[in-house]
Design a protein around this ligand. Sequence first.
Ligand code: AAO
Length: 512
Amino acid sequence: MKWFILVALFGLGLAQHNPHIKKGRTAIVHLFEWRWADIAAECERYLGPNGFGGVQISPPNEHIMLDNPWRPWWMRYQPISYNLCSRSGSEDELRDMITRCNNVGVNIYVDAVINHMCGASGGEGTHSSCGSWFDAGKKDFPSVPFSNCDFNDNKCRTGSGNIENYGDANQVRDCRLVSLLDLALEKDYVRGKVTDFLNVLIDMGVAGFRVDACKHMWPGDLAAVYGGLHNLNTKWWSAGSRPFIFQEVIDLGGESITTKEYVNLGRVTEFKYGAKLGTVFRKWNGEKLCYTRNWGEGWGFMSDGNAVVFVDNHDNQRGHGAGGAAIVTFWDPRPHKMAVAYMLAHPYGVTRVMSSFRWNRHIVNGKDQNDWMGPPSHSDGSTKSVPINPDQTCGDGWVCEHRWRQITNMVKFRNVVDGQPHSNWWDNQSNQVAFGRGNRGFIVFNNDDWDLDETLNTGMPGGTYCDVISGQKEGGRCTGKQIQVGGDGRAHFKISSRDEDPFVAIHAESKL
Ligand code: AAO
């Protein structure tokens, strides 16, 4: 009997590690704060045709609304109910988006905020995205309904009721994260409400969840919630497919809670990845690109099959969460493009690309005074839609890193080399490195202050290839640099340290 339960649990765990990305696709993009209508259009006009595997969307359920023009992005992380109307749109728009994205092979992953409701000082009234009444002071959320007894305060042992010490696992799970009302997920009733909410989304056709703030929930409670989830909708997935689960747990070491406690339940966000990669590309702390020869588990990251990786996320690009100033974001486009390309070329983990909006960054003593600023919006506070410029970039403050040629082309590179081993490593013992993916792709970086001029073994079949960083193959022609690979697989690379993008990538489908 015990054996049977173990096998069942293990099987369930493994199944929830599979992102169910459609064949030939590999990467996820986080369209942070985008409206559902814009995501639907983006799936059809860009993500589907360019081989993106999925979109992480902002939380779709009802959230607190703070006074315009004070409309911080983080309102989305303060739930009021599980009604599906949010700053990104209505339930109908959500359903339409899921259907249209699925129909072009792009999965939707929902950011699920299930650890808490709004902040304790969230007030009383109908200042919520669907207009539901609530009273944060009385812990009364009738639209779920949750009441006073559905929260953890009786278990929390700190004076303030908030988490005061990340070294104490009990308070991290039983007390309030930055004063957010902490749900009692040990109760069957609370688990049931959360599970029902997630199942509605699964039935609508989402492929899985980014589960917010998992460090703050007991693994056993999460196992109970995940165990109650439906299989994916058979309109788009084969029968018996489990929803993909990736859990936000920040673990840079040195705390009582580690990612290890969560990896059997689903994948986990590997925050060391972006923090280290940023440090390497910034050449801080004596780091050099040549040290990344054993990138992945060799750097103390969790095992490949458990990790979701990213260069930056919506928190650490503005100083929230973890990673600090090392994180490279769109504000530093040159190292950002290199770091994202490195991630997409490297086989480790399920990769997520960040797609941001611009805000009035104002850093004083290392802290961004405007880290709260919400997405581009109209004077009534509603989120602006994303206009597409003639050159395919986005307007109105939407950065759309995922549309930058270098990044889109590396998403395609990852698809082309999928399943191939990390191979043909070369480095100059400094910040010039190269590696391939079997005989399907090869990438060369120059992050030194001098030029790279080398003949390297690419492992690729002979021929002329188009570099997908300086340009791309268009109608049989190459708009960028051309690379000649000889019959012996060797090719000459010249990369000036002053190039706009000091790296070169070729793959099987960029052959001319
Ligand atoms: C807002 C206001 C608050 C107010 C609250 C309630 O800002 O002042 O009290 O409303 O009214 C987001 C925003 C919050 C916002 C919240 C609700 O970021 O500012 O609060 O919405 O609107 C921890 C959690 C992690 C969390 C992260 C931000 O563990 O789960 O904080 N991320 C998720 C979401 C995030 C969201 C929430 C959770 C809440 O992605 O967008 O918050 O739904 C250590 C710990 C980490 C901890 C950080 C930050 O990290 O390890 O677990 O993350 O501290 O507190 C080095 C260390 C590193 C350390 C870091 C920072 O890097 O190596 O370990 O320093 O000290």
